[in-house]
Design a protein. Structure first.
Length: 403
């Protein structure tokens, strides 16, 4: 039996790749037991509960953008979180700990280093997040989604590019367009999907609501609008008079049905959204979140923009009128949509979860006979491991690979 602990959270983009890896490990190797680790108060608790996945939720949360008081308290909370993660490791006895980014990943990977467990990181974005950049210094392997990510890691860190593991495989999780439209209670007409990720997106919701009203009023399109929990009530109220043409949903687990229904999508440019939309070949207007760490959302779609596979609107230029005009242009230009779809599919990496699972198994097998001996020779002491984690709490800038 393989026992794997998968830690990460804060956003769905840190959670779903780990779930996809777990399912690929089970599909390929059968007897796999998993324990997911997240942070209290994050979206991950609800996701794990809905999917019936075993989990442990640690105290604490991320530090970027937090108050001075929160940052002072953070190192103490982190140490308690690491202690809780150590207890979970001692109880669960994992063969490998996989960190997918976010606060919980820092605690669990630090605990794994102290417990001399094999440590693997999975990075979704083109620019690795602070948690993964720091914890890569004590990792055995980093799984990357983008080749460009290597430039942000120390060159001595072992890494392999596999793509971003998808929760939905287009070959296995698709349904017919008619089934998808029936699921949402919509007619067989031109359909637009608007969503801002697992937590929603205020400016995108505002412009999306205005664009939806413009196009629904003229019966030029119907919409599946995934608003996020925070904005659901006001978006629903704003669009209530168009209920027959605009389906407002706070959160959607079955995103594969939304992809099957959509002729065009509008989305933020988080890595999971980018890779899923590319895999399903949905012509997409991306609106990168302007305050994303290291501007990673803009960089997530750079390669797709180079091959004219997507459209993009800067958040500062976003309005309902601008968005409605671009959506209508795409809907009216079937040839352009078909070309965008083909380019997205050619770029997509649909086997990322399988490649990640294979890399994990290879490393576990390699380390299994002499894990204690190999890992005890690591230059990072337990105190050094906690020091690296403390850098995360202080919002430290990670050294580049030139340092």
């Amino acid at each position: 039996m393989l026992r794997v602990m998968i830690a990460g959270g804060g956003t769905g983009g840190h959670v779903y790749p780990g779930i996809a890896i777990y399912h690929s490990l089970r599909a390929a190797h059968g007897d796999v037991e998993v324990l997911f680790v997240g942070a209290k108060g994050g979206v991950e608790g609800g996701i794990f509960a809905r999917l019936g996945l075993p989990c442990v939720l640690l105290p604490g949360k991320g530090v970027r953008g937090k108050s001075a008081v929160s940052k002072i308290a953070a190192p103490f909370i982190l140490k308690w979180s690491v202690i809780q993660a150590i207890r979970a490791i001692i109880s669960f006895k994992p063969d490998v700990v996989v960190g997918t980014g976010g606060y919980a990943s820092v605690s669990a990977v630090a605990a794994a280093a102290i417990c001399r467990k094999t440590r693997i990181l999975q990075e979704q974005n083109s620019v690795p997040g602070l948690a993964n950049r720091l914890m890569s210094r004590i990792a055995n392997l980093v799984l990357l989604s983008y080749e460009e990510s290597r430039a942000h890691l120390n060159e001595r860190v072992p890494s392999v590019v596999v793509g971003n593991p998808l929760r939905f495989d287009p070959d296995r999780h698709t349904c017919s367009r008619s089934e998808a439209l029936e699921f949402f209670g919509l007619k067989p007409e031109r359909t637009v999907l608007i969503f801002g990720g697992s937590r929603g997106a205020r400016s995108l919701n505002e412009a999306g609501a205005e664009a939806a009203k413009i196009l629904a009023r003229g019966e030029k399109a119907q919409f599946v609008f995934v608003s996020g929990e925070r904005d659901f009530e006001w978006v629903q109220q704003e669009l209530g008079s168009f209920a027959s043409r605009i389906k407002v949903i706070p959160f959607l687990e079955e995103m594969n049905k939304a992809y099957a229904a959509a002729d065009v999508a509008v989305a933020r440019a988080g890595a999971s959204s980018v890779f899923e939309l590319a895999a399903f070949g949905i012509p997409t207007v991306f609106v990168p979140f302007p305050y994303a760490a290291d501007d990673h959302q803009r960089k997530n779609i750079a390669a797709l923009e180079k091959i004219a596979a997507v459209k993009a609107i800067e958040d500062a230029d976003l309005s309902g009128e601008v968005l409605a005009a671009l959506i209508e242009w795409l809907l009216d230009n079937e040839g352009e949509r078909a070309a965008m779809s083909d380019r997205m599919r050619s770029w997509a990496k649909t086997n990322a979860a399988s490649l990640a699972a294979e890399a994990i198994m290879d490393l576990v097998k390699k380390n299994a006979p002499s894990e204690m001996h190999v890992l005890r020779k690591s230059p990072h002491s337990d105190r050094g491991t906690l020091a690296i984690a403390d850098h995360y709490c202080n919002g430290a800038r990670c050294p580049s690979n030139e340092s």
